[in-house]
Ligand binder design. Structure first.
Ligand SMILES: *[C@@H]1O[C@H](CO)[C@@H](O)[C@H](O)[C@H]1NC(C)=O
Ligand SMILES: *[C@@H]1O[C@H](CO)[C@@H](O)[C@H](O)[C@H]1NC(C)=O
Ligand SMILES: *[C@@H]1O[C@H](CO)[C@@H](O)[C@H](O)[C@H]1NC(C)=O
Ligand SMILES: *[C@@H]1O[C@H](CO)[C@@H](O)[C@H](O)[C@H]1NC(C)=O
Ligand SMILES: *[C@@H]1O[C@H](CO)[C@@H](O)[C@H](O)[C@H]1NC(C)=O
Ligand SMILES: *[C@@H]1O[C@H](CO)[C@@H](O)[C@H](O)[C@H]1NC(C)=O
Length: 498
């Protein structure tokens, strides 16, 4: 790549000298042929590299994927709503001792607690190379790629805008550094976590630059206030955001790269070269999507952000119930730990009110002792699911309230720009089309996930039918929580992907 980019400049230099026309022609021809050969070489090299990677990535683990294994790895693709599952299901099911250290940390998995059973992180799939593969179950949630890009943009702006309380970038950056938790056990700052550790500082710098321009009077009035996603006097417009090299590096096709284990944050050494090859030769993207699809196929659970209620109920059914019965197997130990954790574990977690730039909002953590763990068994699964869902609903509504008030407060700093569902409709089609084409691998993967989701529904329906027959009762054993007859397929709101 470097030779290629240097070539044209050398040539220009020689052209300046009055070389004989013939010599120049010969040189040009030589240059062109080298160029085409090196491009071809590069493609060949890339193809064999990507194919090799794909082959070595297909070796899955045999066994029943529906059965929860000892370690649950929640592969949290940013902006898919995974946080609510983490707070409102998983943290209620697992004790802090069972949570692997450094979940969400920017650093790689730290195996200091080999007995941990829950790992939730934005790290990509490559981290499974550090986990006991045969005893790990993976779950994830995917989202319509267009919405995910919008949400990534909005969240970057939201978090960055919080710093606008500062008079200048220097003082904002200094404060950000000071706010970082000193002790690793006290929660994790958004700014330490991939991909936000890149996106937020980038956006923050940009917001301050725009504000400075306004203050210096270069902007006398904000002219067009009709489209919040294109208000360059206040905030980096969306179309600029999606075309920036940083977005290419870490946002576009981000779900596919994360499931494939090829993000910019990967543990796999060859990942950077593979990713580079795929970006340079888009035709090689198919290998990556195929690996990602296979991985999804082997996951214990795949949720969809858009189908929130159904996804959550399914999670309670497919994962929550199993977590409880798995833990039940160690009941006395767990119960004891639960007795203890009710008080002592809170120091482990960030129970103190969190400062404004931290990932988690403070919600009251309920410990396993508060979740029904005594009556788990196939016949009582219904009760368990219902109770899990009740706890979830309470938790999520308080989580949402605090998230939305933080968002409102933060976005006030960039008014009149404001982000909302209605405002999104002002974004021209051409921008949406561009997002789609920049995320074509994610579009494919999302469609595949929709298929898996439908399968999971079928699987649960069959399971519930079996239970019904066993009980010889005509009532739907899973009740209205999983009303398959009312299923209307997947909606793409507000845009359709065709
Ligand atoms: C930034 O703000 C701080 C705090 O008000 C001030 O001390 C500092 O001089 C400012 N720096 C610049 C470069 O304006
Ligand atoms: C990941 O991407 C960011 C943003 O473009 C960049 O600063 C960083 O160096 C990249 N990391 C790697 C390992 O390529
Ligand atoms: C846990 O605590 C409760 C009351 O605080 C007590 O009744 C129970 O025996 C304890 N369980 C264990 C296993 O220590
Ligand atoms: C519970 O706490 C007591 C005293 O703090 C401690 O001795 C005991 O080992 C703890 N038990 C568990 C299972 O953590
Ligand atoms: C931005 O939009 C949200 C949702 O539509 C609204 O609640 C909020 O008040 C708006 N903020 C401003 C500053 O207009
Ligand atoms: C399952 O839960 C639903 C909702 O609470 C309830 O209506 C239904 O009767 C329950 N079914 C069984 C078999 O217990």
């Amino acid at each position: 790549m470097s030779t290629r980019s240097r070539c044209p400049r050398q040539l220009d230099g020689r052209r300046m000298a009055s070389v004989h026309k013939f010599t120049l022609l010969v040189m040009l021809l030589a240059y062109w042929s080298t160029l085409s050969i090196s491009t071809e070489d590069d493609l060949l090299h890339c193809e064999s590299l990507v194919k090799g990677w794909a082959t070595s990535s297909h070796n899955g683990v045999e066994g029943d994927k529906h059965t929860l294994r000892d370690l649950l790895f929640f592969l949290h693709v940013p902006r898919t709503g995974g946080r609510t599952y983490f707070h409102c299901f998983l943290r209620k099911l697992y004790t802090s001792e069972q949570e692997c250290p450094r979940s969400y940390d920017k650093l790689r998995f730290d195996p200091t607690n080999p007995n941990c059973r829950l790992m939730v992180t934005h790290d990509d799939y490559s981290i499974t190379s550090k986990l006991p593969k045969e005893s790990t179950s993976v779950v994830t949630i995917l989202r319509n790629p267009v919405d995910r890009v919008f949400s990534t943009y909005e969240f970057s702006v939201e978090v960055a805008a919080r710093f606008l309380v500062h008079p200048n970038l220097t003082s904002a950056t200094r404060m950000a550094a000071r706010l970082r938790p000193k002790s690793k056990s006290v929660g994790v700052s958004t700014l330490d976590i991939w991909p936000w550790k890149y996106l937020v500082p980038w956006m923050r710098e940009d917001l301050f630059a725009r504000r400075e321009a306004r203050e210096l009077g270069r902007v006398t009035e904000i002219k067009d206030v009709s489209n919040s996603y294109n208000m360059k006097d206040m905030v980096m417009p969306l179309h600029e955001f999606i075309n920036d090299p940083i977005a290419h590096e870490i946002i576009h096709n981000g779900a596919t790269f994360q499931v494939a284990g090829l993000t910019n944050n990967s543990c796999l050494d060859e990942s950077h070269e593979v990713r580079y090859c795929v970006r340079k030769h888009p035709e090689l993207g198919q290998y990556v999507v195929d690996v990602a699809k296979k991985r999804l196929d082997n996951m214990l659970y795949v949720g969809l952000t858009e189908e929130h209620k159904e996804s959550a109920t399914m999670f309670a059914n497919m994962v929550g119930v199993q977590v409880l019965s798995l833990l039940e197997a160690l009941s006395s130990r767990i119960e004891q730990a639960a007795n203890n954790t009710t008080e002592s574990s809170s120091q482990f977690r960030d129970s103190k009110p969190r400062s404004s730039n931290q990932l988690q909002s403070s919600i009251q953590d309920k410990k396993p002792s508060e979740v029904p763990s005594t009556n788990v068994g196939t016949s009582d699964e219904n009760t368990t699911v219902v109770q899990l869902m009740e706890a979830y609903e309470v938790c999520i509504s308080s989580l949402r309230k605090s998230q939305s008030s933080r968002r409102t407060t933060s976005l006030k700093r960039i008014a009149p720009a404001n982000f909302s569902k209605e405002a999104r409709l002002k974004v021209p089609n051409i921008v949406l089309q561009q997002i789609l084409s920049l995320n074509s691998l994610d579009v494919q993967l999302y469609m595949h996930a929709q298929g898996i989701f439908a399968q999971q529904q079928k699987h649960l329906a069959q399971k519930s039918m079996k239970m019904e027959m066993q009980k010889k009762t005509l009532r739907n054993s899973l009740g209205r929580e999983l009303d398959f007859t009312g299923w209307h397929g997947i909606c793409w709101t507000p845009w359709d992907i065709k």
